[in-house]
Design a protein. Structure first.
Length: 373
């Protein structure tokens, strides 16, 4: 199994956390005999989060005989590797790669796309009575994609410059918004928030709506304690059983799972189930379109349900020629033949003393909607 993550660079902490989620699934599968009696081996390579060097590690995995790929974990890396890995079966677990982009049908996208996140933000602000919000965003990466979806709805916007200064703050204050949507990486966001606070221009934190990339300790560790208490945001959701997974994750790694750890576990689980089904049905593992059929099959709700902590049972059922349907930690996961999962879910959270807390949402957003102001 080939794994492409950003082990160096700004995303290194997230990537290591994601890998830990994946490894837990592989360890569980191998403890029950692996695939067809053989252990599953993860070949991990570092992309550095840099599209200009990503082709080399990807090519190493192809030449090393990877049966399928998991990752990479940024939109720019996905675009860069599209031609090189076009014929491979790939699972893209990160919410940051969940765009409905033009991709091969053998590439499987997990998580809610930016359009759904924009819908949630718009609908929640409308429910809160906001009428003139301001979008403040990074111009590139996932948040750049999210910003495009938000701007489609007619919201005023500005992009965060490389160096935040008093002029940046003046532009924000002069817009006189009644709410702020902050869509940025933690380093970019903390630079902006710290400057706003230093100039006395942050005001009421409850007026701030935050993107999924800010649902991470990396944000809170770089701003004064309590600075954003009461701010709220949207993120990819988890399903029933996530609490047990969090406890097991902590026991295994002495760390807490970040948002991407759940879908990366799911990707590992789907991968081993698909590999086992391929062996049971075809007698071999063929890369690309043939393996993609098995990935679709083990996520369809037509066989015995297999939860995240039941991989041993699922593998045994597949060895016996039976069908299974994986029940994901990260919510509904049912791939179609184009590699999309239309029902990916979201959640809302707020910043409280000491961290984050999930909250109820009255946004009423539907996946096909795109509210406007």
């Amino acid at each position: 199994m080939g794994l492409l993550l950003s082990y160096t660079g700004d995303l290194s902490a997230n990537s290591i956390n994601s890998e830990r989620g994946l490894l837990m699934a592989i360890e569980s599968a191998n403890a029950s005999g692996g695939v067809a009696g053989r252990p599953v081996v993860v070949m991990a390579r570092d992309t550095g989060g840099d599209p200009s060097i990503a082709s080399l590690p990807a090519r190493q995995l192809v030449e090393g005989g990877a049966a399928l790929f998991i990752g990479p974990d940024t939109p720019s890396l996905v675009v860069q590797l599209k031609s090189l890995l076009a014929g491979q079966a790939i699972l893209l677990p990160s919410f940051t790669t969940a765009s409905n982009f033009a991709k091969p049908a053998t590439w499987f996208v997990m998580g809610p796309p930016p359009k759904r996140m924009a819908c949630e933000l718009f609908a929640q602000m409308r429910a809160d009575g906001r009428r003139s919000p301001l979008l403040i965003a990074d111009a590139a990466g996932y948040d750049g994609q999210l910003a495009i979806e938000v701007m489609v709805g007619g919201i005023s916007s500005m992009f965060i410059p490389k160096k935040v200064n008093a002029r940046t703050i003046e532009s924000i204050v002069s817009a006189s918004p009644d709410a702020y949507v902050l869509a940025a990486s933690p380093p970019s966001a903390s630079a902006l928030l710290n400057t706003l606070a230093a100039l006395g221009a942050l005001h009421d934190p409850t007026r701030w709506y935050l993107s999924p990339t800010l649902h991470t300790p990396a944000l809170l560790e770089t701003i004064p304690r309590g600075l954003l208490q009461g701010a709220h945001g949207v993120a990819a959701a988890t399903a029933v059983g996530a609490g047990d997974f969090r406890a097991r994750f902590f026991d295994r790694w002495q760390d807490v799972p970040l948002d991407d750890a759940y879908p990366f576990y799911d990707a590992g689980a789907v991968a081993v189930l698909a590999l086992q089904r391929a062996i049971a049905r075809d007698g071999a593992i063929d890369a690309g379109a043939q393996l993609a059929q098995h990935i679709v099959a083990v996520t369809q709700a037509r066989g015995t349900p297999v939860r995240w902590n039941e991989l041993a049972h699922g593998l045994e059922l597949l060895r016996q020629g039976q069908e299974v349907g994986y029940v994901a930690l990260s919510g509904v996961l049912e791939f179609d033949v184009n590699g999309q999962s239309a029902e990916a879910s979201t959640k809302w959270w707020t910043i409280v003393e000491g961290g984050f807390s999930d909250i109820a949402s009255n946004s009423g957003c539907r996946a096909e909607e795109h509210p406007t102001f």
